[in-house]
Design a protein around this ligand. Structure first.
Ligand code: NAX
Length: 328
């Protein structure tokens, strides 16, 4: 029998945690033959709620779930972790400036990065979901100098999946007909969902749509503002869809992306497509042998260039702000 994979989930008692943990324990994160041990990391006030979720996990009698441990400090939570899903974050509250938000999250992701550096397994892979996800990932990575930077990623897969769904609806197809769509840049309102290289049932998506006004005025803002639309409709932010995207991201990272397609993930830039080296930006990516690779050689038209540049400029600003706060 296989040794269980240790999966640490922060924010385990939150709404994404509640949607995520059952998917992990059922085998959807890593595969139907891979046992997992869950390590739930919460703040002390939420440990009791996490215990309640753990009781429900027990009650599912998942054959692949080899154990659940609950912690309220990062050093224990990340000890031996092979996969870390950093979901818990400090949300922006009324009257909070962006600098305050970045600083508060620095106080979470800095210590967590340090704990990962000191105690996680050598093959640790980190996905940051908690916002501002790209910059939180950068902070955690900077606090983990002994862990290769490529192991720190941030989630834009939900944006990717939202874009697939919108494009399928527009073209009267299904998401299974769509390939090679890309989210570029930051997981924020400046993100750029790019269909110029995408295919709809084998045809170029931009040519199938053939409507630049729809792209600029409907598609891009609908994808970028979908989170707000969900809050408006549901009275709570996206949870199950966010958990689903986290499962997709880690599953593909570990098991590979299908031939002839790619996906989107925020990973440290190597300078590709003019994105400054080191910032954690979303790219078209494939996963091979357990590593993300940026898809190379795509031609970027003027429409795309200006939007990629705008989102990347925001990431550079965030990086400079956290640098100014001494968090990098
Ligand atoms: P909730 O407020 O329901 O849950 C967050 C949980 O994190 C709470 O239980 C809290 O106690 C815990 N937490 C806070 N600080 C912690 C720390 N230092 N260590 C461990 N746990 C800690 O939020 P939820 O709806 O689950 O969302 C979680 C995060 O995901 C938010 O930052 C949210 O903005 C972000 N999202 C990111 C998305 C993405 O696509 N990247 C989409 C969905 C979501 O909005």
């Amino acid at each position: 029998t296989r040794t269980p994979v240790n999966v640490t989930v922060t924010g385990a008692a939150g709404q994404i945690g509640y949607a995520l943990l059952f998917r992990i324990a059922s085998g959807q994160l890593l595969g139907a033959d891979v046992p997992v041990k869950l390590r739930l990391l919460e703040i002390p006030q939420a440990v009791k709620a996490a215990q309640g979720t753990a009781m429900e996990l027990d009650d599912c009698a998942f054959p692949l779930l080899a154990g659940i441990d609950i912690f309220d400090n990062p050093a224990e939570g990340f000890a031996g972790a092979n996969i870390a899903l950093l979901v818990g974050a400090r949300p922006r509250t009324k009257g909070m400036e962006r600098g305050d938000l970045l600083e508060a999250n620095g106080g979470i992701f800095g210590p967590q990065g340090k704990a990962i550096n000191n105690g996680a397994a050598d093959d640790i892979r980190v996905l940051v979901v908690g916002n501002p996800a790209n910059t939180n990932a950068l902070i955690a990575s900077a606090a983990a100098p002994d862990v290769p930077a490529e192991r720190f990623t941030a989630m834009t897969r939900l944006d990717h999946n939202r874009a697939l769904s919108q494009l399928a609806a527009k073209t009267g197809t299904t998401v299974a007909d769509i390939k090679k769509l890309t989210i570029w840049g930051n997981h924020s309102a400046t993100q750029y969902p790019d269909i110029f290289h995408a295919e709809v049932a084998g045809k170029n998506a931009a040519e199938v749509v053939n409507d630049e006004a729809w792209l600029a005025d409907t598609f891009i803002p609908t994808v970028a503002k979908r989170g707000a639309a969900i809050i408006e409709a549901r009275g709570a932010s996206s949870a199950a869809s966010a958990a689903n995207a986290a499962v997709d991201h880690v599953h593909d990272w570990v098991n590979g992306t299908p031939e002839g397609d790619w996906t989107s993930a925020a990973i440290p830039s190597d300078g590709s497509y003019g994105v400054p080296e080191g910032i954690i930006s979303s790219f078209p990516v494939v996963s091979k042998n357990g590593k993300w690779e940026i898809v190379q050689g795509l031609e970027i038209n003027d429409f795309s260039r200006s939007r990629i540049d705008a989102s990347v400029a925001e990431l550079v600003e965030e990086r400079d702000a956290v640098k100014g706060l001494g968090l990098l």
